[in-house]
Design a protein around this ligand. Structure first.
Ligand code: ZN
Length: 268
């Protein structure tokens, strides 16, 4: 078997964060937990409300504040609103820390890349046992604007030419290091006939027959796998396959295929 020490090394780093994520998973909220359920917009709303009541409290305490000098107004002298603010700040930091530790990469949402709505959707039963790697065998891209154009083109192709309900993949990965939401975590994809209902399909944008994707893209994909496990969409004992392992195709390209055969959980 051909050895690729540099890739193993890269994956080794991923593993380190993987075990770190495992530890963090015990303290960080699981999917559906109160913290996870609190989206960033809810947090912002709460924070705004806290800030409003905090400034009201500040106005009430103005004489004392003036007396002591405003810079000495510490939380020791503060009212409940300011303590709420402090707590909310801690909530925001904790949520941000969890997001980093759990290894979820930046996911560009459908609305961010300008997706067309799907014609229909079939729910995907999660956690799935299988993750399938593809390449789009088309244009690669290295900025959010360029990758968004590529994703839109693929969606048009899948919906108009193939007459599918939506873009086929669950996620796409750009060489800009971002992940682009396709059908997402909970909708059955159209990427690997006979395996769609038990798998997530992740596709690297570009053609990877003669070269591997950029380190940024590879990191994003590994982060996405870790993220899928942490969020409960992929089984911890999942199997990783290339598209060619389940259907007669060259996908995901020889270079990328050789690389993923060295990744953990790979099984031909
Ligand atoms: Zn494929």
């Amino acid at each position: 078997m051909e050895k690729q020490p540099s890739d193993m090394g890269k994956y080794g780093a991923g593993n380190t964060s993987g075990s770190f994520a495992l530890t963090a998973h015990k303290t960080c909220p699981a999917r559906g937990g109160a913290w996870q359920g609190m989206g960033s917009s809810s947090l912002k709303r709460l924070l705004r409300r806290g800030a409003q009541s905090g400034s009201a409290a500040l106005q009430q305490e103005e004489p004392r504040a003036t007396l002591q000098g405003r810079r000495h107004l510490s939380i020791l002298h503060s009212g409940p609103s300011e303590r709420t603010m402090l707590l909310l700040t801690q909530v925001v930091w904790f949520a941000a820390l969890c997001a980093v530790v759990l290894g979820c990469p930046t996911i560009v949402s459908r609305s961010q890349w300008g997706a067309r709505p799907p014609k229909s959707r079939v729910p995907l039963k999660t956690p799935v046992p299988l993750l399938i790697i593809h390449h789009t065998d088309g244009k690669s891209c290295s900025s959010q604007a360029a990758c968004s154009r590529v994703v839109k083109g693929i969606q048009n192709d899948h919906m108009d030419r193939n007459r599918w309900a939506d873009i086929g993949y669950n996620f796409l990965v750009g060489e800009d290091g971002r992940v682009y939401e396709g059908r997402g975590w909970t909708t059955r994809g159209a990427h690997a006939p006979s395996m769609n209902k038990i798998s997530l399909g992740v596709s690297f944008m570009g053609s990877y027959t003669g070269r591997t994707p950029s380190p940024a893209a590879l990191n994003a994909a590994r982060g996405l796998i870790q993220c899928a496990i942490s969020r409960g969409y992929l089984r911890r004992d999942y199997t990783l396959k290339g598209h060619r392992n389940v259907n007669p195709t060259d996908c995901p390209g020889n270079a990328l295929y050789r690389l993923i055969t060295k990744w953990p959980h790979f099984k031909a």
